[in-house]
Design a protein around this ligand. Structure first.
Ligand code: ZN
Length: 667
């Protein structure tokens, strides 16, 4: 009985995951979906023997075992790259020469710029996933691919044949361009360096050891080949079958019978690819007939029946005037090139990060060099190469300093990481960055405390650490440039009200290396108070699901420093919240949530909509998907459209994401 119920629920959830993540046409709301999931989780919890690895509840939490290698079904080849339409005509001539008198058709697809993977299915269920590896053996990343919701855990039935018992498909895992900023913001908040582009973000995420962290990354996939299990006549027949089996296939693929049409397609996309929400770097042309493919065969590394034609990247050449060192919050020294300003893809670029010392050495970047700069999407511009032939002989090799440019102390080079750090806790630039972080939106969110004010406060000696902020008086501020009676009063009251922010925000605000917002939440959930965290041991912290050993060590190191312990005492004395509040007793809540109906719309920045609904329900509120006269609040994220207009028409109170978060915090 329960078994049937579990089976039906799973099929239902598989179906809706497909509707939502693959077809982009959800039939039920997030809340309804979450409810089904909860019911299944409950049943499985009561009957653990019914849990199977391919239950929708099991996407997260699998253990990654890096280094495990499995052989692909047939080599996973790379493609020959070309850059011009002439080279495509050459390719066409070669094919027709080898296969005279044959009717040749080409399938053309966009080449998505991500990380290639092979997925294996046994008896219709996902069994394992591999990276390309060396093309012959791939690396096992099963636990992580499982978290990607557009990858079906269970295949759909076909109505023209039975699903083969062993099946392999290949695809490209990517991160949407619109999501890279958010991923990088989280990394920067945790004191880690941002990903330079979406490909690095996808590759870095898929190789993470903890699938709990992977699940927070907005990974997606396009499947482009049914590589094993079915005898196909044509490649596009395989693409259709992939769709029928429930895979997400890029819709831009087309079949053409002449190279002229292929080149037309290339030109069209060359002008438009930047408008897509995923990075592409060219088109892939494949001979459609599988028999033809086999006759054409392969070279050592690439097939003779397929070719890639790349789009010209957004590049420009400019000159490096200077290389400066910036000191980050955690003391990392980052070299930044000051450039002759240049325009790429509509943006004026004056600086480019050179990442680290190795990068400068590897590319032999010198002050005064002409360089090729590239920018794709909204990504940080990067130095592709140095134009050594343009050197005059006056260029200067850059020597990475041995002392910190801010405090003059000796810098530290560690063997485990490429970063070079200033480890002086008194370092003025680090102080500035730490205070900027502490008052930032996701931490204590103190309005009116911009970079310029922080700089002034430090320079005049009013503030040297974050605890000093809480001793500021209105009169102190009046001596600062740009402060009047009103603005001084506003800042003092903003600082005072930040004392009400929850402990997890305080912990995050301390700026401990690797402790981002989600790690801070996990730590507070587990230890309840920052005091308990400050005396915890590495082993103890490391047992928390979702916290890695690197983070655990960093937390212990932080509180081992006497200055940081003192800072902790001072903040406590100043009256900041250092403990999680007691769990909300729904009967006691008289505040804004109990019995109130919320509608969520638009894109939220700080949390997913399902997280937001979860919070509302936890606090006794209800979530509805439609605006009606019974709606109490509409929470409108970015690009809130129709529902917002309806709410305005009905006179319903509209909350921004920020006010909504404040409401949660104030309960
Ligand atoms: Zn320093």
């Amino acid at each position: 009985m329960t078994e049937d119920q579990v089976r039906i629920l799973r099929d239902e959830l598989h179906y809706h995951e497909h509707k939502y993540y693959v077809e982009n046409q959800p039939e039920i709301s997030d809340v309804e979906f979450d409810m089904l999931m909860k019911v299944l989780e409950k049943l499985e919890k009561e009957n653990p023997s019914l849990i199977t690895p391919n239950s929708p509840t099991q996407r997260v939490g699998g253990q990654m075992v890096l280094g495990e290698r499995i052989r692909h079904h047939g080599l996973m080849l790379s493609l020959e790259n070309t850059y011009t339409s002439e080279e495509l005509y050459d390719f066409d001539r070669r094919i027709r020469k080898t296969l005279p008198d044959q009717e040749i058709k080409y399938v053309v697809e966009l080449k998505v710029d991500g990380l290639g993977v092979a997925l294996n299915y046994e008896d219709g269920y996902l069994s394992y996933g591999l990276t390309r590896g060396d093309g012959d053996f791939g690396e096992d990343v099963t636990a992580n691919v499982r978290t990607i919701k557009s990858i079906p855990l269970k295949l759909k039935q076909l109505n023209y044949m039975s699903v083969p018992s062993i099946l392999e498909v290949r695809g490209e895992v990517f991160i949407p361009k619109s999501q890279l900023g958010k991923v990088n913001e989280l990394r920067i908040n945790a004191g880690e360096s941002p990903f330079a582009n979406t490909r690095n973000a996808a590759a870095g995420s898929l190789r993470l050891l903890d699938s709990n962290i992977v699940t927070q990354r907005p990974l997606d996939i396009f499947i482009y080949r049914l590589s094993y299990g079915v005898d196909l006549e044509t490649h596009d027949q395989g693409l259709k079958m992939l769709v029928d089996l429930g895979f997400k296939v890029n819709e831009m693929a087309n079949v053409y019978s002449s190279m002229e049409e292929v080149i037309q397609y290339y030109y069209e996309w060359r002008d438009q690819y930047k408008n897509l929400d995923y990075d592409t770097d060219g088109i892939v042309v494949k001979v459609n007939n599988i028999n033809h493919q086999e006759l054409l065969g392969v070279r050592t590394k690439s097939p003779r029946w397929a070719i890639c034609c790349k789009f010209p990247a957004s590049q420009a050449t400019t000159r490096i005037n200077q290389i400066e060192i910036q000191v980050g919050r955690t003391g990392v020294l980052t070299p930044v090139a000051t450039l002759d300003p240049v325009e790429i893809a509509g943006a004026r670029i004056k600086n480019a990060t050179l990442h680290n010392e190795q990068e400068i050495t590897r590319k032999d970047i010198r002050v005064g060099d002409w360089i090729v700069l590239e920018r794709s999407g909204d990504v940080i511009p990067k130095v592709v190469s140095v134009l050594a032939e343009k050197r005059s002989g006056w260029e200067k090799v850059f020597r990475f300093p041995n002392t910190c440019p801010s405090c003059g102390e000796q810098v530290q080079r560690s063997e485990q990481e490429t970063a070079i750090r200033c480890i002086n806790v008194e370092c003025p630039d680090q102080r500035k960055r730490r205070i900027e972080h502490f008052v930032s939106r996701n931490a204590l969110n103190i309005e009116g405390l911009g970079k310029q004010t922080v700089k002034q406060l430090i320079e005049v000696g009013l503030v040297s650490n974050i605890a000093d902020l809480y001793h500021l008086q209105k009169d102190d501020l009046l001596v600062l440039e740009g402060f009047g009676d009103q603005s001084a009063e506003n800042l003092i009251s903003a600082i005072a009200s930040s004392k009400q922010k929850p402990a997890s925000r305080v912990l995050f605000g301390l700026g401990i290396l690797h402790v981002g917002q989600s790690a801070a939440d996990l730590l507070i959930d587990y230890f309840v108070s920052i005091g308990a965290i400050s005396v915890a041991e590495v082993g103890q912290i490391g047992t928390i699901h979702g916290i890695g050993s690197r983070t655990a060590e960093s937390v212990v190191d932080f509180f081992a420093q006497p200055d940081n312990r003192e800072l902790f005492d001072q903040l406590k004395l100043a009256g900041l919240r250092m403990r999680a509040e007691a769990p909300v007793d729904l009967g006691q809540v008289e505040g804004s949530f109990l019995g109130k109906t919320f509608v969520l719309t638009g894109t939220l920045i700080g949390m997913t909509r399902s997280m937001a609904s979860e919070r509302i329900k936890l606090m006794g509120g209800k979530v509805s998907s439609n605006v009606s006269k019974n709606t109490d609040f509409l929470v409108g994220g970015e690009n809130a459209g129709n529902k917002k207009n309806q709410a305005i028409a009905l006179g319903i109170q509209i909350l921004t994401e920020d006010t909504f978060l404040e409401m949660i915090d104030s309960v």
